[in-house]
Design a protein around this ligand. Structure first.
Ligand code: XLS
Ligand code: NI
Ligand code: NI
Length: 438
């Protein structure tokens, strides 16, 4: 077999060098994959994944400017040639970086054809190569998703399109996507409803669209069952962009939708913090909310620029944020079969090939530090204890906890005990303790 082109020549496998200096950005200073924390390796707690669409399909083009990332030679050639080169480049990158998972959309892995049959044929050919590279390297698919938002046919939505013909196309595409998930052994399958929403309420039947969306998810769940696909289904909330309003607004809206339609056993959530902040919440908010319902399945670990208010998909570098996220993840016992997927792109001004490494290494180190911090916080127990809730551990509080209390008992309790004492919320105390660990 002919030796294949090396895309990242001169970049060796990235090593853990804990005493490296501040200027050394091409090594891990905190991420030590085999180190065990609270009974699990760092690699298993973090389950990092590289995303295909930003890191291997991105060109740096934006609505105001042409491509800037001109060193991405894997994007050159016919669409099928580029698809194969891109796959080889990606696997070289995963291996050198030491990341065990990747994520992709059907249409960024292989080009869309003129017909569904042609698109499927392209996907078969490219996923044959993907399977071969997975076997050679041991890198696995964290999740697959179908791109149901880029093609013009989806301009009015996919599962919520007013035209059933379009919904059917989306269904056919998802059927193939699920087959591909099975073929490649994907651990999860994501639905991101980019155009499931509206720009004007005047031309939108919200009740009908939500019903169609639920029906669409049920079809997917049934097909998954039928083909014996074992992966976890995930919905990724986002409040807006590209739609003015999207139905999967945030974690709480999606959980409500799933429970309303009896879908809560079939789906969990893939939370992207940049979407959470677009919804007007704090960075960690939806991760905490999804986890509170036992529905945090995976994380698209990125960050936005709150001053811009767009989905800028930057690499997560803020240790406060990663600490809060990892605290939630460790407290729920990990993310498996989900993981931390870098749905993030280097800035279009970060034009060197090594910037792709620097970005991932920096973000992985930020999460490794977040993990170490979270473990310290949990082990010390100064924040997790929260003595504010102690009244629920006995007497009437206990009955409220187990759901057996009545309003009559509340009344009797107040007649006997009168006004509650004023109790300090101690916010600043906990903020000070938290800062100690950062
Ligand atoms: C877009 C979403 C998208 C999903 C996958 O904002 O983050 O990239 O993660 O379709
Ligand atoms: Ni995402
Ligand atoms: Ni996004």
């Amino acid at each position: 077999m002919a030796a294949h082109e090396e895309f990242f020549a001169g970049i060796p496998k990235i090593q853990y060098v804990p005493d490296a200096g501040p200027g050394d950005v091409m090594c891990f200073k905190h991420y030590n994959p085999t180190e065990v924390l609270m009974g699990r390796t760092m690699e298993d707690w973090l389950r990092f994944s590289v995303c295909y669409w930003h890191s291997f399909c991105g060109t740096g083009a934006d609505p105001f400017g042409f491509p800037t990332l001109l060193q991405r030679v894997w994007n050159e050639g016919t669409p099928m040639e580029a698809a194969k080169k891109r796959l080889r480049a990606a696997f070289e990158f995963f291996t050198k970086l030491g990341v065990k998972f990747y994520t992709f959309h059907d249409r960024d892995m292989s080009p869309e054809g003129a017909t569904l049959e042609e698109s499927n044929k392209n996907l078969d050919e490219i996923t044959d190569l993907a399977l071969q590279l997975q076997t050679q390297t041991g890198v696995k698919v964290l999740w697959v998703t179908c791109n149901l938002f880029a093609h013009p046919r989806y301009m009015n939505g996919a599962a919520t399109n007013p035209d059933c013909h379009v919904l059917a196309y989306a269904g056919a595409q998802v059927k193939k996507g699920l087959d591909v998930a099975k073929k490649l052994g994907a651990e999860n399958f994501v639905f991101w409803g980019g155009r499931e929403g509206f720009h004007s309420i005047l031309n939108t039947d919200v009740a009908a669209e939500l019903k169609h969306m639920a029906g669409f998810f049920k079809m997917a769940a049934r097909y998954k069952e039928k083909i014996g696909l074992k992966c976890q289904f995930l919905i990724e909330p986002k409040p807006k962009e590209p739609c003015r309003h999207q139905y999967d607004y945030d974690a709480m809206s999606v959980i409500g939708f799933l429970k309303h339609h009896g879908l809560e056993r079939d789906f969990k959530l893939n939370i992207e913090p940049n979407h959470t902040t677009l919804a007007g919440h704090s960075y960690e908010h939806d991760i905490v909310v999804a986890s509170a319902f036992g529905m945090l399945g995976s994380v698209d670990s990125n960050t936005g620029s709150p001053d811009l208010g767009w989905d800028t998909d930057q690499f997560p570098m803020d240790i406060r944020n990663t600490t809060l996220v990892m605290k939630t993840i460790v407290e729920q016992g990990g993310l498996q079969p989900g993981g931390l997927n870098f749905d993030a792109k280097v800035r279009r001004e970060s034009t060197d090939l090594e910037d792709l490494f620097i970005a991932h290494i920096g973000a992985m180190d930020a999460f490794a530090r977040g993990l170490r911090n979270a473990v310290h916080i949990i082990e010390d127990g100064l924040i997790t204890g929260m003595e504010r809730y102690s009244s629920f551990s006995h007497g009437l509080g206990q009955k409220v906890e187990d759901g057996s209390a009545t309003l009559e008992e509340m009344e009797a309790f107040i007649k006997e005990n009168g006004e509650p004492k004023v109790t300090s919320g101690k916010q600043e105390k906990y903020e000070s303790i938290f800062n100690h660990y950062i």
